[in-house]
Design a protein around this ligand. Structure first.
Ligand code: S3P
Length: 423
């Protein structure tokens, strides 16, 4: 499927983003292993999160979808009849592997072509240290064959800033003998820690050290998933690129380990107001108002890179339209996302006549650039499709986004929402 995006000059309206992808995965997995019923409102509509529910159903949980809710009857898992399909979802395969490593059965989990190229050594290594037995293609790629074993807790310092790896170890730790400790060099999203506490795990977080005590029983819960700030980011950037904008983002997750985006945009000159704040299931939810602003340049490096990792494609587009450009460093992780995002950002900028210089772990996009009408190739990467749809709004003619349906991985309603708010 392709989408044609015409130039716009204003963004105006109220957007309610889909349920947060990261939180939905965690609630879906924990609901399936918790005793009793978990009811999840506003569960993500994205394909990735349906992959998680599909896997949990194949592992024996009863999963029903009604009135926008996911209702899961959880408990002990059982051996799946076939290979588990994580689709395009790195979160599904990496986090679920932690659970599978501790079961009394062997399972196999894989996914699509993009997922089959993504590194799994980062989870195989700590899980093996816990006593797991895992085989991978070429020792590092999916599919994974996981022979369930009795695991023991470890004290693990993450070598990469990755919430998926942290979560994988903690989920394995739920079934392990002894306590599990994870130490983070850089703070990453803490939805797993929050969700584990909500489901009744005995977990303690002190700065960047997480301790999960052995033996807690998880019980089903009623939960609400806040809107996805990483999905909302595309429209926020659109508002900041246009000469006229008055955009409200309703019910969006503002967990402090995710909301670096707000501070960063404000540091670039964005007018963003937090209109309302509430708490739900330990997560912070709010409404935002974004108005047209004059945007300066910015730099993303060090710990900030981990905090903005999913927003960098959208921020790259804003950087090209800003006064001072955008520099991104310490972002080698971008090279192992759904695509090599440094390469797919650069190739699509080149198609639009936008200059960019890349390095092994980042890029520099000069500011004040013109976006020219082009054919955009997201190469099967949802965030590249959405980021360049926003660039297309600022282009000098209509742009074609090829393979645009890939946006459905995280945000199936992206294009219909964009048409509602762009004029
Ligand atoms: C995620 C963590 C990040 C992020 C991904 C979702 C999560 O990946 O890029 O979209 O839900 O834990 P890494 O853990 O690989 O950094």
């Amino acid at each position: 499927m392709q989408e044609i995006i015409s130039p716009a000059r204003a963004i105006d309206g109220v957007v309610t983003p889909p349920g947060d992808k990261s939180i939905s995965h965690r609630y879906g997995m924990l609901g399936a292993i918790a005793e009793g019923t978990t009811t999840i409102s506003n569960y993500s509509t994205g394909a990735d999160c349906q992959s998680t529910l599909g896997c949990m159903a194949a592992l024996g949980a009863t999963v029903e979808r009604k009135d926008g809710k996911a209702v899961i009857h959880g408990g002990a898992l059982r051996e799946p009849a076939a290979q588990l399909d994580a689709g395009n979802s790195g979160s599904t395969i990496r986090m679920l592997s932690g659970i599978l490593a501790a079961q009394r059965f062997t399972s196999r989990i894989g996914g699509d072509e993009s997922l089959s190229r993504r590194p799994m050594q980062r989870i195989i290594q700590p899980l093996t240290e816990m006593g797991a037995s895992i085989e991978a293609r070429d020792e590092k790629f999916p599919p994974l064959t996981i022979h369930g074993r009795e695991l023991h807790g470890i004290d693990y310092t993450l070598p990469v800033a990755s919430a998926q790896v942290k979560s994988c170890v903690l989920l394995a730790g739920l079934f392990a003998k002894g306590d599990t400790i994870v130490r983070e060099p850089v703070r990453t999203r803490d939805h797993t820690e929050i969700a584990l506490a909500e489901f009744g795990a005995d977990i303690e977080v002190e700065r960047r050290v997480i301790t999960l005590r052995e033996g807690a029983k998880l019980t089903g819960r009623e939960l609400y998933v806040p809107g996805d700030l990483s999905s909302a980011a595309f429209f926020m950037v659109a508002a900041l690129l246009m000469p006229e904008a008055n955009l409200v983002i309703h019910n969006v997750g503002l967990n402090p380990t995710r909301s670096a985006l707000l501070d960063f945009l404000v540091s670039m000159g964005a007018s963003i107001k937090v209109l309302d704040l509430q708490q739900s299931g330990g997560e912070v939810i709010g409404d935002l108002r974004i108005r047209a602003s004059k945007i300066q340049g910015g730099e993303i490096s060090g710990a900030l890179t981990a905090g903005l990792i999913d927003e960098i494609p959208a921020l790259a587009v804003l950087g090209a339209g800003s006064e001072g450009g955008l520099t991104v460093r310490d972002a080698a992780e971008l090279r192992v996302k759904e695509t090599d995002r440094i390469a797919t950002i650069a190739s699509n900028f080149e198609r639009m006549g936008v200059k960019i210089e890349t390095s092994h772990d980042g890029f520099h996009v000069p500011g004040n650039q013109k976006f020219h009408a082009a054919e955009i190739e997201p190469e099967g990467d949802h965030r590249i499709a959405m980021a360049f749809s926003i660039a297309a709004l600022a282009a000098d003619g209509p742009c074609t986004i090829h393979g645009a349906d890939v946006a459905g991985v995280s945000f199936p309603e992206f294009f219909s929402t964009l048409r509602e708010i762009a004029r």
